[in-house]
Design a binder for this molecule. Structure first.
Ligand code: PAF
Length: 279
């Protein structure tokens, strides 16, 4: 496995690799969710590239950029064991050198509402770094987790709108045995908070049950989620919504198309998100 900290180094290491090349962008602090993306890329592609970069432009001024977990040695050992061919692990000056001013701006749905409203500028930061990584790695396929469903929709929209020649592959959320979606941020949780955090999944299950019982009112589906969240003292709901999975437009009347239940909540001081497809 070649490990590169420069863009030039990555381009050189990538040249002899057999195609198709699969790419898994990450911010490190890898867990089983990331491993599942790498395994899928390994199955479907002749070569696999991974990036590890905690991207400053997608964090707001009061978010957790400084304390975001950084575990490069453990991450690299995992990636080696998964048979990854090349890793790029650049620093911020390599990705955004002095004078760097170009940005990708996502100016409408799916980069509106929910995460976009809660984290202003977040998706422009994601789109910018992902566009740069796509240009650097030049992979044929890129693998993203469904756990960050709005991010996945934003990346798909960006790839379509900018005519980027990469196939975006969405992969299922990997959950702990008790249902908690795997996330690098789960490690912020105290043991008590960790127990309460399963309520996001339980809330989504309530909405799914209601859906299977024939409920099509977005308000009622939303209430099924929030009602569950409110059972946990340390959990503060931020939003629960029923959205179209591609556009992320919120259903206001009857749900009459493909539907995704999306939820965000603070568990103690940790902000968690999750979602579930309803159909
Ligand atoms: O999902 C993530 O880890 C990040 O948002 C990504 C896609 C690697 C961009 O920094």
């Amino acid at each position: 496995m070649r490990v590169c900290d420069t863009i030039a180094g990555l381009r050189e290491a990538r040249r002899p690799l057999r195609g198709p090349l699969g790419f898994v962008p990450t911010m490190g602090a890898l867990h089983e969710g990331h491993a599942s993306l790498v395994r899928r890329a390994r199955q479907e592609c002749a070569s696999v590239a991974v990036s590890i970069f905690v991207n400053p432009t997608q964090f707001g001024p009061h978010e957790d950029f400084a304390r975001y977990p950084r575990t490069p040695d453990v991450d690299l050992r995992l990636l080696e064991s998964l048979g990854v061919d090349v890793v790029i692990i650049p620093d911020a000056d390599e990705m955004y050198p002095a004078g760097h001013v170009a940005r990708v701006t996502m100016s409408g749905y799916p980069a509106r509402g929910l995460e976009a409203a809660a984290r202003p500028g977040h998706f422009n930061g994601v789109a910018t770094v992902v566009a740069k990584l796509f240009a650097i790695v030049a992979a044929q396929r890129a693998y993203f987790g469904q756990k960050d469903a709005q991010q996945l929709a934003v990346v798909r929209r960006m790839v379509t709108d900018l005519d980027i020649d990469v196939e975006v592959v969405g992969c299922p959320t990997v959950r702990e045995p008790d249902g908690l979606a795997m996330s690098s941020r789960n490690r912020y949780l105290s043991p008590d908070e960790r127990r309460s955090a399963t309520v996001l999944y339980r809330g989504l299950c309530r909405a799914r049950e209601a859906w299977h019982d024939g409920e099509r009112s977005p308000g009622a589906l939303r209430r099924a989620i929030v009602g569950e969240l409110l059972l946990e003292r340390v959990v503060r709901p931020e939003y629960a919504a029923i959205v179209h999975p591609d556009t992320f437009r919120i259903y206001r009347g009857r749900v009459d198309g493909p539907a995704l239940a999306a939820v965000a909540a603070r568990v103690g001081t940790t902000r968690l998100i999750d979602n579930a497809s309803l159909d």
